[in-house]
Design a protein around this ligand. Structure first.
Ligand SMILES: Nc1ncnc2c1ncn2[C@@H]1O[C@H](COP(=O)(O)OP(=O)(O)OP(=O)(O)O)[C@@H](O)[C@H]1O
Ligand SMILES: [Mg+2]
Length: 273
């Protein structure tokens, strides 16, 4: 982390291992003329769990996709721990990252998507072993052993041979969570992971994520409109709109007594929906 880092109290008080923090410094992202991130600044402390809320189309997924290197930034700097994600140091100069640097950096970050995004042509076990074997260079035997352990943890030990199309939405999302963890990320990004699920499947997936958030020392950045869930899993909530953070604070404060009118309007709209 750069020296100007301001570590939030609650996140810092939580014990953590070697999970790096995240820092956005004046990050700009445009799609054509649409400026989605306008010199966006925010920090997630090492091991801190942060929820990002904000209107549809405001750029929440874009923030996560930048961290996954699925989108390229236009300006500014993103830090993961002490390293810049999209830049590297060459003789004291900050230059655009090469493929090797991006590859090393993206290994630290895992993401669970709203629409699961499992590999449809692979069975459950292979969905979990493919990344570790191909990207991390883990041996097949070790990857299988770890995958079985993770499937056990998410309650799907009996589905190793099933294909994604044979699973319910809730089961697919559990596999997607296990697949993200199989890559042993230090930073986990969750993008509205229960919003595509039938209501009766939501609780099981949320319970699983609560356990993961409680028991791991991952740095967590979560996009969700489920306020109870956000309160349970996060140390801090960031309200994001029009390319910048509008306000931030502990979940009880942001959901209970937001100070900005924009946050109040947004929360009212969420409650009414
Ligand atoms: N690949 C793309 N090409 C062009 N425009 C894009 C692309 N991806 C996102 N956008 C635009 O960027 C803006 C932010 O999109 P993003 O998906 O990040 O919003 P969001 O906050 O995640 O919304 P939601 O709550 O609906 O998921 C939107 O205006 C969207 O149309
Ligand atoms: Mg989104």
């Amino acid at each position: 982390m750069p020296p100007t880092d301001t570590t939030p109290e609650k996140g810092a008080a939580r014990p953590h291992g070697d999970a790096p923090g995240i820092r956005f410094e004046k990050v700009v992202k445009r799609f054509g003329h649409n400026v989605v991130l306008r010199e966006l600044d925010f920090t997630v402390a090492p091991g801190e769990r942060v929820t990002l809320i904000g209107p549809s189309g405001s750029g929440k997924t874009t923030i996560l996709r930048l961290l996954m290197t699925l989108e390229k930034l236009d300006d500014g700097v993103i830090w993961i721990g002490d390293d810049t994600l999209w830049h590297m140091d060459r003789g004291g100069k900050r230059v655009p990252a090469n493929q090797k640097h991006l590859h090393e950096m993206r290994k630290q970050v895992g993401m669970v998507f709203q629409q699961f995004n499992l590999f449809p042509n692979m069975n459950v076990l292979r969905n979990l072993t493919e990344g570790p074997v191909r990207v991390l260079g883990v041996s097949k035997g070790e990857a299988v052993e770890r995958a079985r352990g993770l499937l056990d943890m998410v309650g799907l030990a009996d589905k190793v041979d099933a294909h994604p199309s044979q699973l319910s939405g809730g089961q697919q999302q559990r596999v997607a969570i296990a697949r993200a963890l199989a890559m042993e990320p230090k930073v986990l990004l969750l993008d509205e992971v229960t919003s595509a699920l039938d209501p009766e499947l939501v609780v099981g997936v949320q319970d699983l994520l609560r356990d993961i958030a409680r028991e791991s020392d991952l740095t967590l950045l979560c996009v969700t409109h489920e306020m109870t869930f956000a309160k349970d899993i996060s140390d801090r909530v960031l309200m994001f709109d029009q390319g910048q953070i509008v306000e931030e604070g502990p979940p009880d404060q942001i959901f209970g007594e937001p100070s900005e009118q924009r946050t109040r309007d947004f929360l009212q709209a969420v409650l009414a929906s």
